[in-house]
Write a protein that binds this ligand. Structure first.
Ligand code: GBH
Length: 489
């Protein structure tokens, strides 16, 4: 049993992984270099008006040509891990077929550079950038595409798995299904089927994730000795009126409909959360439909999905207020199924992204919720960070404050609550192409000058601060803390 550790001296455990994160489309550029095929994001950004200021990721941080600059920043920070994603269409230009050797070489150079620097590679196979050729076949809804993902994953295990020991199949499947197939604001932009499409696609993603997990487990793990999981995301939510049982239940439903949608099948029963099954079935019934819009798994599929992640990877940025709300019954949408209303608490510190309030204690609560809900699983924070606007700001006060307070809450979760947190990964190493916001918001520890063809990188104050936290392994007490704790040497 966990005992509250009074002697940690402000530090995380010695083997704690400290990292930063990026994703392929957001940093690499080289969108058609050396035989790379187009992804859905290449095509989406090439339609003027889809992205703020009509920005694209054609060049982004130019990481495809600036590997050494990226490795330099990583070593300067002193990180012990680097989470990045592979561009599927750089490796298989049309999603399947013959690999593109020059694209493979790029990732070999990156991985070798990390290993030579004692930095542990954490690799995401899919961070939103489906090869366009596979979208043309119907994307995640076509079994041919699911087969292609499995083949691509196996190729990555056999090519990079001698050096990569930490795999994530998907980044934030909730974002893909909610924003790609529900709200339709990111590729593939499906807007007309919000009551069905997100559930249908999530179902397929869960099954193919499980298939890739089993392949790794059976054919690669013994030889390569790595871990495999996926990164899930949610906001932390607080009930609007903490004394109103309906708001408390609504907050729990929100978590079950975002995180639980994927985590409950994988980490608990092989099936969706009960409250989600009940809500969607009940709404479907009231809508005079013959069956629930939420698809169901066979007993065999449940057994196949259950337990298909070795560790829990969570991305979290902010917190929200949630209350009970009964929306209109029709037309059916996945958002209305959960009977919640979300709002921001205006008294929480705001940031450049209006919906992202900096609420550090929300991280501690979410980590505790995961521990309660899914058992004493090993947890990695695979993304956490804050936006500032496009003006260069090397003083970087808000980001410094954000990391200091969030990492401190993570420390409390480890040392006071006994959460089995094994690593913390900041989003992001540097400013990147921020999806529909383009370059208008910045998440980086390093500033990137996107107007300069050389894309120079410059550390912000938060980079220097994060390097100190990593060097110290947390917030060790100094002599000035003696009045609080007495003599502790
Ligand atoms: C993360 O998602 C992403 O994994 C990462 O790539 C990104 O850079 C980071 O956020 C910072 O934003 O489609 O414009 O309506 C965090 C959760 C869920 C936040 C989807 C943005 C969609 C905004 N995200 N949401 S939009």
């Amino acid at each position: 049993a966990f005992e509250r550790d009074m002697y940690h001296n402000g530090k995380f455990p010695n083997d704690f992984l400290w990292g930063v994160s990026t994703s392929a489309y957001q940093i690499e550029g080289g969108w058609n270099a050396d035989g790379k095929g187009p992804s859905v994001w290449d095509n989406f950004t090439h339609v003027p008006g889809n992205i703020a200021n009509s920005d694209t990721g054609d060049v982004a941080c130019d990481s495809y040509n600036q590997l050494d600059a990226d490795l330099y920043m990583l070593r300067a920070l002193g990180v012990t891990s680097y989470r990045f994603s592979l561009s599927w269409s750089r490796i298989f230009p049309y999603g399947t077929g013959t690999p593109n050797q020059k694209g493979v070489d790029y990732y070999n150079r990156l991985i070798d550079g990390l290993v030579a620097s004692n930095i542990f590679p954490m690799v995401t196979l899919y961070h939103f950038d489906l090869p366009q050729a596979l979208q043309d076949l119907g994307g995640w809804e076509n079994d041919v595409v699911l087969d292609a993902f499995h083949t691509y994953a196996e190729y990555c295990f056999s090519t990079f798995g001698d050096r990569v020991k930490f795999w994530m199949t998907f980044n934030q499947p909730h974002t893909t299904v909610a924003y790609g197939y529900g709200l339709g604001v990111i590729p593939p932009g499906v807007k007309n089927d919000p009551g069905y499409a997100p559930y249908r696609v999530a179902h397929k993603i869960l099954l193919v994730h499980a298939r890739v997990y089993h392949t790794y487990d059976q054919n690669y793990r013994a030889r390569q000795g790595g871990l495999i999981s996926l990164s899930l995301n949610t906001e932390w939510v607080e009930p609007k009126d903490p004394k109103d049982p309906r708001d408390i239940a609504a907050a729990d439903r929100y978590l079950q409909f975002t995180l639980g949608w994927f985590a409950h099948p994988i980490f608990k029963t092989g099936d969706y959360p009960d409250v989600m099954k009940w809500q969607v079935a009940n709404k479907s019934d009231l809508q005079n439909l013959k069956s629930s819009r939420l698809p169901s798994f066979t007993e065999e599929e449940k057994a196949y999905i259950q337990g298909t992640a070795d560790v829990f990877c969570i991305n979290i940025y902010t917190s929200k207020i949630v209350r009970h709300k009964t929306p209109m019954l029709n037309p059916p949408t996945f958002v209305n199924d959960r009977d919640t209303g979300e709002e921001d608490n205006p008294s929480w510190p705001s940031t450049a992204v209006s919906a992202h309030k900096a609420v550090a204690w929300g991280l501690r609560r979410l980590l505790n919720w995961i521990k309660e809900e899914y058992g004493d699983v090993s947890i990695y924070i695979t993304e956490n960070g804050v936006a500032t606007n496009s003006e260069p700001d090397f003083e970087d006060h808000s980001r410094y404050f954000y990391y200091k307070t969030y990492i401190d809450e993570a420390l409390k979760a480890v040392r006071m609550d006994g959460v089995n947190l094994q690593g913390y990964t900041a989003w992001s190493l540097m400013d990147t192409f921020e999806w529909t916001s383009g370059y208008s918001v910045r998440f980086g520890l390093h500033h990137v000058d996107f107007k300069n063809p050389g894309r120079p990188r410059t550390p912000k104050r938060s980079a220097i601060y994060y390097a100190e936290v990593i060097r110290d392994g947390g917030f060790p007490l100094g002599p000035e803390d003696e009045f609080l704790y007495g003599e502790f040497q």
